[in-house]
Write a protein that binds this ligand. Structure first.
Ligand SMILES: [Zn+2]
Ligand SMILES: [Zn+2]
Length: 420
């Protein structure tokens, strides 16, 4: 069966998440979006696990069910450790084949970590040791490095990451078979590294509030059970892992280099020209995802590996409506139009991916319909995100430049819910 999965979310027990990240809101929004399978997020947290244990109904094969949505047990841990005289901070996604396996993993991790402290706990041991412990607890667990390019907390991150998978995961490297590309990079950027050819590249929302669910996702065509999904990812099975649904990477918060406090956004080439220093204050700039990809890549832009899984770049419907209707994303006008569209077409993914042009123009305004069609055709203009500031998107040429001048130096408050 064909289904859309979002395998990385957080609960209300993680830092900087919405209080609405409870099962009821999560399920409500998953249905709006058209997501059939979710990672539970945060299974390491005792409070969240208690809720999951109480509410989720086991369906067999590692799939659990609540209010019309299916779940597999997922979590994210933050490994902090010193290696080669450098402090490393690496986020890793964990998946468990059952509730019992998740509990077993927790019993090993809690020897080293305060699991109740945060939904995304700090595990102060080598990432390789963490992986070993998880697999000792559950050999069928999956260990997937999270948003592998973000500067501060990732495998290849400029600030506290590594230059190779082997340097990070050491003898556990053969047990890693998938990577999460993160919002600021898309598969095409990752295809420039031959070292990543063997990995399945997954995309997930990393949502910290319910409306962000599915802003990136995976489309599978296989039996919906844990073992089948694990097999598809392990074998990088193109016939069953159909595609990923992506943010335009320029929209991500760390696509370009820059210094947010000084409002300085730089391409990798510009950053090199300034020797990695902010041209305004002289401090070190934050090196973004594109720069790191260019540094570590061994192929030119545009290279497509033979076994690549295809992808589509999308803009969340709320953002499209906000731009087309010229009002904020949380406004009643956007909400009304959002629900009108999804009740007609069934889900947000149906609106974004499937709705025929003619029918769109009948149901919504010409501007909204045109924006959706432009998005499908890749006709969007984006000022790239940098140093924690999201990119700004528009469907009319020239509009972004104006926005840039008007923008205050600091990020807007409404964006603070999302860390990545
Ligand atoms: Zn993370
Ligand atoms: Zn500066």
């Amino acid at each position: 069966m064909k289904f859309i999965a979002d395998l990385h979310i957080h609960s209300k027990f993680s830092r900087a998440t919405s209080r609405d990240m409870d099962l009821e809101h999560i399920c409500e929004w998953a249905k709006f979006k058209g997501i059939e399978l979710l990672g539970t997020g945060d299974f390491t947290h005792p409070g969240w696990l208690k809720e999951l244990r109480f509410k989720l109904e086991p369906k067999g094969g590692g799939i659990y069910h609540y209010r019309g949505v299916n779940f597999i047990f997922s979590a994210e841990v933050c490994s902090i450790f010193t290696k080669d005289d450098k402090v490393r901070k690496v986020h890793t996604l964990l998946y468990a084949p059952s509730l019992e396996a998740a509990e077993e993993i927790n019993s090993r991790l809690k020897v080293h970590a305060d699991l109740a402290g945060d939904g995304r706990p700090i595990v102060p041991v080598y990432a390789s040791r963490m992986a070993e412990m998880v697999l000792e607890a559950s050999p069928e667990a999956m260990i997937i490095p999270a948003h592998i390019w973000t500067p501060h907390f990732s495998l290849f991150g400029a600030n506290s990451g590594f230059d190779s998978v082997e340097d990070c995961f050491e003898e556990q490297t053969p047990n890693i078979f998938a990577m999460e590309t993160g919002l600021s990079s898309d598969p095409a950027m990752n295809w420039r590294l031959s070292a990543l050819d063997k990995y399945s590249l997954i995309s997930c929302s990393d949502a910290h509030s319910p409306s962000r669910l599915g802003r990136e996702a995976c489309v599978f065509d296989c039996q919906m059970d844990y073992a089948a999904i694990r097999r598809v990812l392990k074998d990088k099975d193109k016939t069953r892992f159909l595609q990923t649904l992506e943010y335009f990477p320029q929209e991500g918060k760390y696509h370009y280099d820059g210094h947010r406090a000084c409002n300085i956004r730089l391409s990798p080439a510009e950053a090199k020209k300034h020797k990695g220093l902010c041209p305004v204050c002289g401090k070190k700039i934050t090196v973004g995802v594109l720069h790191r990809v260019e540094d570590l890549s061994d192929r030119a832009q545009g290279y497509v590996p033979e076994n690549a899984i295809p992808f589509k770049s999308l803009v969340p419907l709320e953002e499209i409506l906000s731009l087309a209707l010229k009002v904020g994303t949380g406004t009643q006008k956007v909400n009304q139009e959002y629900h009108k569209l999804i009740s007609h077409f069934g889900s947000e993914f149906n609106v974004l991916l499937e709705a025929p042009a003619g029918e769109l123009t009948r149901v919504t305004s010409l501007t909204v319909a045109e924006s959706i069609l432009n998005m499908r055709a890749g006709k969007v203009h984006i000022l790239p995100g940098y140093d924690g500031e999201f990119g700004t998107i528009s469907f009319d040429e020239g509009k972004n430049e104006k926005k840039e001048e008007e923008k205050p130096a600091k990020g807007k408050g409404k964006k603070q819910m999302e860390m990545f």
